[in-house]
Design a protein around this ligand. Structure first.
Ligand SMILES: *Cc1c(COP(=O)(O)O)cnc(C)c1O
Ligand SMILES: [Zn+2]
Length: 419
């Protein structure tokens, strides 16, 4: 088994920890898996990685602390490689010149969480464990259920009773041991840590297992490599980081992971900058935003209340990473209301052809707000991260669109209906 180096987000490098490692034994802070920059730089380059034929996130295996899972793990081997494409009408609508969408709703279980679950399952295979558990608002559990099914492992999933039906359906179809918890995500989260200890399960929970960040950082690698190709540069020595990246934020793990990826590329000398990381929270679930606005690293809890279930969290489990992503990169946090989130769903869909779930449409609502308030300058190169498919929560989308007309099958009635 590989020897992994960890660093605490509060107290720095740690040594001699017994696996499986979750949080800092000193302060319970969230951990980073430390990349051996010198080793990677001496053996690899953008050109060597770029020459790889595998389009999935496993093309970045040299920068990951897990072994590439075997071909028999089916869909697990296909995670990543989502498209990055320019969205000129959306850019124009925001008064910006260059906006790209990174569309992770196209991952196997239709959310960004597949990146984290794929790498956590690969880690489980390295550790030789066969039973995993996670708490989730829905998507993380679905992603673990899907990746565990692909690899033939068992997954116990704890979600709040109120999770949207499509996510419950996915969990059941993948054969997870699904348990609905009376209470909110925080209750499910606490139970998952206790159950992992007492029942001997490997815990994937976001903001607890350091390998979720490892999976999520691969989105940064893809963005930099793809933006390089978009820019017409050869990509032999360097890739291209955008000026800023918009991410919707609940626990802070996605924005933290993407930031980690960009920091690693910059440390390797493979990009010239780290983009400004822009976190968007729902106004009713804004714990990290509150800390950012108050310029403190103490993240308090809130009573989360928002239509955007995937970013509803009373206490962000990876809050410090989420906060540091913005403060260390010169980025910012902003909030959007539920009304703005719901209005953003059809607007984003009509401007780009991308149907996002509420938690993801929030990032677009935030981009629009930031562009209008001057937080983003017109010339900046912006990437909008699409984290979850609109099909995950059809009921929320239906609240923002009218009902279609019903007609007899005649051209006359159709002509009337199209007026
Ligand atoms: C989980 C999730 C987020 C937020 O990620 P955090 O790591 O909790 O900040 C955003 N959008 C979607 C669709 C998600 O599933
Ligand atoms: Zn610590």
């Amino acid at each position: 088994m590989r020897n992994i180096n960890y660093a605490c987000s509060k107290c720095g490098p740690l040594a001699g920890l017994a696996e499986p490692v979750y949080v800092c034994p000193e302060c319970c802070g969230n951990l980073d898996v430390v990349l051996d920059v010198e080793r990677v730089r001496s053996a690899h380059s953008p050109a060597s990685v770029g020459a790889g034929a595998d389009r999935s996130l496993w093309r970045y295996a040299a920068l990951l602390a897990v072994n590439v899972p075997p071909v028999s793990t089916a869909a697990l081997r296909t995670v990543g490689g989502t498209p990055l494409f320019p969205v000129s009408r959306l850019a124009q609508h925001c008064g910006l010149q260059q906006v790209w969408i990174k569309d992770d709703s196209r991952l196997p279980t239709a959310s960004f969480k597949d990146r984290a679950s794929a790498v956590v399952v690969a880690r489980a295979l390295d550790l030789g464990v066969t039973r995993l558990i996670t708490a989730s608002t829905g998507n993380a559990g679905v992603a673990l259920a899907g990746m565990a099914a692909a690899a033939g492992l068992e997954a116990v999933i704890l979600v709040p009773e109120s999770a949207p039906p499509a996510k419950i359906a996915q969990l059941l179809v993948f054969g997870a041991r699904l348990v609905l918890v009376k209470g909110n995500y925080a209750a499910a989260f606490n139970l998952s840590l206790q159950a992992a200890r007492e029942l001997g399960l490997y815990c994937r929970s976001t903001g607890y297992n350091p390998f979720t960040l490892e999976g999520k950082k691969t989105a940064a690698f893809e963005i930099a490599e793809q933006l390089c190709a978009e820019s017409g540069e050869d990509g032999r020595d360097t890739w291209v980081a955008p000026d800023c990246v918009f991410v919707s934020v609940g626990d802070g793990n996605i924005i933290g992971g993407v930031h980690k990826g960009f920091k690693e590329l910059h440390a390797l000398g493979w990009t010239r900058r780290v983009p400004r990381m822009m976190g968007v929270q729902a106004a009713g679930s804004a714990a990290i935003y509150n800390a950012f606005a108050a310029q403190t690293s103490e993240i308090g809890s809130v009573h989360a209340q928002t239509v955007a279930d995937s970013i509803a969290t009373d206490w962000p489990a990876d809050g410090l990473h989420g906060l540091q992503a913005a403060t260390q990169s010169g980025g910012a946090y902003l909030t959007v209301t539920d009304a703005e989130i719901l209005a953003a769903i059809p607007e984003l869909a009509r401007l780009t052809g991308v149907f996002a779930e509420p938690s993801c449409a929030a990032a677009y609502a935030g981009l629009l707000k930031a562009a209008r308030s001057g937080l983003v300058a017109p010339h900046e190169r912006v990437v909008l991260l699409i984290t979850g498919s609109g099909l995950k929560d059809v009921a929320a989308a239906m609240r923002t669109v009218g009902t279609p007309p019903v007609i007899a099958p005649t051209v006359a009635e159709l002509r009337q209906a199209l007026l």
